[in-house]
Design a protein around this ligand. Structure first.
Ligand code: G3P
Length: 214
């Protein structure tokens, strides 16, 4: 299972969380990675934790003030990027451009989507993985894998109808090992989570709990 921890703009110490991700990754067969804010990428990557960006824009080098260039993210040490997170939606054409930009910079991609229909569209863009996250469950602590199992199963089916090898993650409210196991049982190959780790008093203990049953 892939456990991808998105730090959003939570007021946690990104280096502390990254060190916990790195240390727990060494104790498990699961794959752990952390996605800090763009300004923290370099410091986080220096910890040795697998580091992802939260977003890249569909741009190339040039006149793009305020945008995030995939190559710069890669130079800062990221090896992958989220695209189209529910809190940073892109239009379809821009989403396609962002996947292409990430690929150009050799970044692995996870394209997020709200529901199975959007997952099918996202999978058609050829990312490395897609992630279904019902927005109404994000940040609630109510796990999608237990509260809305159909959305995960339907997302897996929608993605596999487009690409039979599609890799599907799920996210929203995931915070325990049981939630991760439930996600795996529904066909997800990973989970995307944030508050369960970024807002935890002890992020390392939260991560240990997440991977314990794997
Ligand atoms: O990117 C992960 C995310 O949107 C889920 O957030 O806080 O429900 O784990 P959370």
């Amino acid at each position: 299972m892939f456990v991808l921890v998105n730090l959003k703009t939570y007021p946690c110490d990104p280096v502390d969380v990254a060190e916990a991700v790195r240390d727990v990754d060494e104790t498990t067969d699961a794959r752990l990675a952390v996605a800090p804010q763009a300004a923290h990428l370099e410091r986080v990557a220096e910890t040795g934790a697998e580091t992802w960006a939260q977003h890249v824009d569909p741009i190339d080098y040039g006149s793009n003030t305020g945008h995030t260039l995939a190559e710069t993210v890669a130079e800062a040490g990221a090896t992958g990027t989220l695209i189209n997170h529910s809190e940073h939606r892109q239009k379809l054409a821009d989403l396609d451009g962002a996947v292409r930009a990430a690929r150009r910079a050799d970044l692995e991609t996870v394209v997020c989507a709200n529901n199975p229909a959007q997952i099918g569209a996202a999978a058609a863009l050829g990312p490395d993985a897609v992630a279904v996250e019902p927005p109404e469950l994000i940040g609630t602590g109510t796990p999608v894998s237990q509260a809305d199992p159909d959305v995960v199963e339907d997302a897996v089916e929608a993605a596999r109808n487009v690409d039979r090898n599609a890799s599907v993650l799920c996210g929203a409210g995931i915070s325990t090992g049981d939630d991760v196991v439930a996600a795996a049982d529904l066909g997800a190959e990973g989970v995307l989570l944030a508050s369960g780790v970024a807002k935890a008093d002890d992020p390392e203990a939260a991560l240990e709990d997440l991977v314990a049953p794997l």
